[in-house]
Design a protein around this ligand. Structure first.
Ligand SMILES: C[S@@+](CC[C@H](N)C(=O)[O-])C[C@H]1O[C@@H](n2cnc3c(N)ncnc32)[C@H](O)[C@@H]1O
Length: 274
């Protein structure tokens, strides 16, 4: 039987053709059989749109197909379903540099902290152990967050878990501390970077802190098989010149589980209204 479903599809690719840019909502009436749903979504993607998986269609059947069409999310779900922490380069037993930046911010234990692209990093474990009460972890991969939740057991209920592409994140709260290790550098187009920074500007409190770790200009050019954008201290500060003031930058060699090194740049910034 072919019944009818309505899918709200947001064209959110700013590089797309003008009539389909940024958040324009189109409602498609499509047959709810998998084949037609898949085909409709494929056509929308080919036509310059991307499917916002937060906008779940009224018909639950659509969800797997929405996911299927989101290439980035698919990539990361596959990574976290097939590789163990010791098989990916970014794993750290102790996220020491990130913790140092948190400590330098002199936060209250009630501060709102968010880890962007936190994956299954142990940063959240350390923050909970230190008594931080309002920690959020955002990642495009649900599987990554499930792994972190499983590891944390009962403590996982203390964390606000958010499955979202950071470029589509619509924060409903404001943060004292925004942390990102090795996620920002996956944004390789200017519109993605602009969207990320505008979200951070909006979500981080006045005088709040943003800490971003990327591969440096002496680091790798790819991560997890994907192209990344390297930064130097100058280029990262320039990117954040609107609304952020540099506090501190440093570079460090991260030793991967395979005993290779990756040179990272970390910079922290204070949020201020220009
Ligand atoms: C290299 S890993 C780093 C994970 C973690 N920050 C750490 O240091 O261990 C990059 C992470 O960013 C997530 N990610 C990639 N693109 C993203 C996006 N557009 N929005 C949200 N998360 C994203 C991936 O799922 C992955 O967990």
């Amino acid at each position: 039987m072919v019944s009818t479903a309505f899918a709200n599809i947001f064209f959110s690719d700013p590089d797309g053709i003008p009539e389909k840019q940024n958040g324009e909502k189109r409602i498609f009436e499509i047959p709810s059989s998998g084949y037609y749903i898949c085909k409709a979504l494929m056509l929308s993607a080919i036509n310059g749109g991307s499917v916002n998986t937060n906008i779940s269609a009224r018909n639950k059947q659509l969800k797997p197909y929405l996911r299927l069409m989101n290439g980035q999310q698919n990539h990361w779900e596959k990574i976290y379903s097939t590789k163990q922490p010791n098989e990916v380069s970014w794993t750290q037993e102790v996220p020491k540099t990130s913790l140092d930046f948190v400590h330098n911010a002199n936060l209250d234990k009630s501060a709102n902290i968010i880890d962007i692209g936190g994956g299954d990093s142990k940063l959240v474990d350390y923050l909970l152990d230190e008594g931080y009460e309002n920690v959020s972890v955002l990642d495009i991969s649900e599987q990554a967050l499930n792994r972190a939740k499983q590891r944390l057991g009962d403590k996982a209920t203390k964390v606000n878990w958010i499955v979202s592409d950071i470029t589509e994140f619509a924060p409903t709260t404001s943060y004292d501390f925004w942390h990102d290790r090795a996620t920002f550098h996956f944004l390789t187009t200017e519109p993605q970077i602009v969207r990320y920074l505008s979200t951070a500007r909006q979500a981080v409190k006045e005088n709040g802190t943003v800490t971003i770790g990327t591969f440096s200009d002496c680091g790798p050019k790819k991560c997890s098989g994907l192209d990344i954008k390297q930064y130097s201290e100058e280029t990262l500060i320039a990117k954040l010149q609107n609304g952020f003031e540099e506090i501190k930058c440093l570079t460090e060699d991260h030793t991967t589980p395979f005993n290779t090194t990756q040179n990272f740049l970390f910079c922290s910034f204070k949020r201020h209204d220009n």
